[in-house]
Design a binder for this molecule. Structure first.
Ligand code: B12
Length: 168
């Protein structure tokens, strides 16, 4: 007869399959050469528990669409700093949403979307209408709102990683 709890202790000692962290794609837009914004976003999103694929600055639309189709990420986070986000963002989100497997993927854009410090309400509305789920313009919503948005996204069913035990 085993002591109470003994079986439980044995179960706990057995290696559990690790969970793969869901992937978030971070990207700059085709015209935008700024980079530190992307590094900032990558660190922030990693801190929130995701694996980040950072595509870097000046990403052609076709590359962004192709990588998102290949990775089918849990979320796509686009950054604009040079002020062309309201144009580049409109164009690229339509291309992303046209892909069947990305139709329901959470997609956000943020940063300096235009060249005005404030009063980008019209641009924000146009970006939302074009397919973004949220827009975090520097003149309005802040990083705290972005954090809350990321936390509100339900994690996709994560595939268990192979453990040494399972591989034998
Ligand atoms: C460094 C820099 C450059 C470097 C970039 C080098 C590199 N490898 O990154 C160089 C010299 C290449 C450059 C070029 C240009 N730049 Co520049 N640059 C800057 C500078 C000095 C710092 C930017 C930076 O790295 N900040 C640090 C990062 C961490 O912060 P951030 O970029 O501000 O991003 C923050 C927010 O925007 C927000 N954010 C950004 N994206 C997102 C996305 C989401 C989802 C969320 C929630 C938040 C978020 O979070 C970040 C952290 O708070 C700023 C001025 C300044 N002091 O900020 C100008 C600035 C960004 N540049 C500007 C401009 C106009 C240009 C040029 C057009 C200049 C020109 N006429 O050639 C070109 C554009 C080139 C291009 N094709 O994009 C303007 C943009 C104006 C605007 N949008 O209203 C700025 C603000 C200068 C100014 N006051 O006029 N630039």
């Amino acid at each position: 007869m085993t002591a109470p709890g003994h079986g439980l202790a044995r179960r706990a000692a057995r290696p559990q399959p690790a969970r793969r962290r869901a992937t978030v794609v971070v990207s700059g837009l085709a015209s935008d050469a700024h980079t530190w914004n992307l590094v900032f976003l990558q660190l922030l999103i990693e801190e929130l528990g995701y694996h980040v694929v950072n595509l870097g600055p000046c990403v052609p639309d076709e590359v962004l669409v192709g990588e998102c189709r290949r990775l089918t990420p849990a979320m796509v986070v686009i950054s604009s700093v040079n002020g062309h986000g309201h144009q580049d963002g409109l164009r690229v989100v339509e291309k992303l949403r046209a892909c069947e497997q990305l139709a329901a993927t959470p997609m956000v854009i943020g940063g300096k979307l235009g060249i005005a410090d404030r009063g980008n309400a019209r641009q924000v509305a146009a970006l939302m209408a074009a397919g973004f789920d949220a827009v975090f313009d520097d003149g309005g919503a802040g990083v705290a709102d972005f954090r809350n948005f990321v936390r509100s996204v339900p994690p996709p069913a994560a595939a268990p990683l192979e453990t040494a035990e399972a591989a034998v």
